[in-house]
Design a protein around this ligand. Sequence first.
Ligand code: HEC
Ligand code: HEC
Ligand code: HEC
Length: 283
Amino acid sequence: MNKSPLPWTFVFGVVLLFLAPPLGAKDLVVKPPPESMSKLYPPESKEPKWIQQMHKMSGHFGGVFVNMREQDWENVDRHAAALVEAYEETSKLIPEWEDYFDLDAARKFADAAQSHNPEQIGKAAGALGKTCGKCHRENYVSVWTRFHWPKFSAIQITDPVDEKEMEFGKYMGLVSGSFKGVTVNFGEGQYDRAHRALRTFKTRYLELRSVCAKCHTNDDVKLFYVGAAAEEAFAGMDRELTKKKPDPGQFWRHVGTLGQTGCKRCHLTHRGYAIIQNVWEAD
Ligand code: HEC
Ligand code: HEC
Ligand code: HEC
């Protein structure tokens, strides 16, 4: 077999790749939105001005097409002119984002609208619409994370077992540790310890119900993660641990139910944004 060493240029290239990974077209970077954007959202601004501006543009954009289908050309012209005005206005609100706007494409759209030719209007709309779409793709998640998602890290919760108050993330560590107290002991056949750990774990887990109201006004959400399925899983684990000879198949089934319908589903709904917020706060 030929064991010739790798050419050094190849090795060098690989090293460079690790030092500065290039951004590909499919990489989505979730960096915090520009500082100046805060002025356009509560609490700094009374109204969510950026969103209002979006509705204005979107309304006039849609207005052009609704009226075009009705051949109401007077209103087509009115909406097209208003769209260009709103688009220009919007382009000045966040200096860091000026380059997303193509004022030329906006003017061309207004010209096309005046032609009253649907095909021309459609083509120019495509070019303008692309500028909307690019910014949306790249910034929706960031903006939702910054301005719409409440912070779990701002929530304090009192541990019902030790009566100590702590940050939510830290409490999660405690919940997770108590869960392991149950499963590790069960795995070792130490059923008495597992049973005691289960009581602690259940108390801590169900205390999570107290945080829902920090963000939700509707109590119905508590049917999820911390509702009947969790109660049944706890009862099932308890039943096995009360037996002289617990059935491992049954026990692990209940563990799985809690992990999937409790921990996992709540994480899928709530944790993604918290992870981004924590990364932003860390530096
Ligand atoms: C420079 C970036 C940028 C450009 C350009 C842009 N948008 Fe937006 N748009 C956003 C962001 C960011 C949001 C999310 C705002 C939020 O949820 O707080 C948004 C949200 C929206 C929404 C949803 C509003 C809501 O209530 O959730 C609409 C509709 C919209 N944009 C229409 C448009 C149209 C039409 C254009 C082009 C004519 C456009 N946008 C161009 C950044 C942009
Ligand atoms: C830090 C804030 C926060 C906390 C605490 C929180 N949630 Fe949520 N949750 C949200 C947000 C934001 C959404 C997205 C939709 C919305 O606003 O309702 C959501 C969505 C949900 C959904 C999807 C259905 C819906 O209303 O959109 C459920 C179910 C849910 N949460 C249950 C819970 C339960 C149960 C708890 C307590 C154990 C809880 N949440 C605690 C912020 C929170
Ligand atoms: C209210 C919904 C919810 C439920 C139910 C839930 N978690 Fe979490 N969990 C979160 C959120 C949100 C975070 C991120 C918190 C943060 O980083 O501020 C988190 C973070 C964590 C972390 C990381 C803690 C750290 O140090 O940052 C672990 C571990 C964890 N959860 C384990 C579990 C386990 C195990 C269960 C089930 C026994 C569970 N969680 C149930 C919402 C939930």
